[in-house]
Design a protein around this ligand. Structure first.
Ligand SMILES: [Zn+2]
Length: 220
């Protein structure tokens, strides 16, 4: 994908009813998912349905390779999707570049052995625990619901790299979801803030926003 101009991020966003709202507040949290899908629908509803949604489903299931191929196909149909799905493409490419560890290979082998078992044998055996690849380090790790627990308090962190909100989630990994985490100061690791500022043109730094709103981080 060619380098394009960075999307500008400010401390406000336009709500679905057209009003201007402040990032990191309840209205932001409540509508992150609805806003990204409303914008994609406005850009090209038919193409979003046929090309992008299968990618969203694959992405949310941690199938980064399938998601990437759907995302690239949807971009070929509607180039205007690019700003919205660039963060997801970047994550898919990062996981795709990860060299599998011996634990990753052991997990894949256990799942494929389980898949080949006859159904009547599966009745009497325990299936392997669900693991998906962390969107940051790219290795298989215990599945944690993206909406559960607070990463700020170690409640939603990768067992391997420690980063917060590790599972792929189309809404939270999009522009608004990432901006919410940035201005909410929801994760502890500096890399998140650095990576956010590399991807987006940030008009107000998250630390300035935090001290101006004189609120403590609340961890979600
Ligand atoms: Zn990780």
């Amino acid at each position: 994908m060619a380098e394009s101009a960075k999307v500008k991020i400010n401390t406000t966003f336009i709500a679905l009813n057209g009003s201007k709202e402040t990032r990191s507040k309840m209205e932001d949290f409540r509508t992150v998912c609805a806003r990204v899908f409303a914008r994609l629908k406005a850009l090209g509803e038919a193409s979003a349905d046929s090309f992008l949604i299968p990618g969203v489903n694959a992405y949310n299931q941690g199938d980064y390779e399938a998601a990437l191929s759907h995302f690239l196909r949807s971009l070929a149909q509607v180039p205007a999707f690019e700003d919205e799905i660039r963060p997801h493409i970047r994550i898919c490419e990062r996981v795709g570049r990860t060299v599998p560890s011996s634990d990753d290979n052991k997990y894949r082998a256990a799942v494929s052995k389980w898949d080949r078992l006859p159904f009547f044998v599966k009745w009497f055996r325990k299936s392997p625990q669900l693991r998906l690849r962390c969107k940051y380090c790219g290795h298989f790790t215990m599945y944690i619901d993206p909406n559960e627990g607070f990463a700020y308090m170690d409640g939603n962190n990768c067992q391997l790299c420690g980063r917060g909100y590790l599972m792929s989630d189309f809404a939270w990994d999009g522009i608004d979801g990432q901006a919410y985490i940035y201005y909410r100061n929801s994760v502890r690791e500096e890399e998140f803030y650095r990576e956010f500022e590399n991807q987006f043109e940030v008009e107000v730094d998250h630390k300035i926003f935090l001290s101006a709103s004189s609120k403590q981080p609340q961890g979600d």
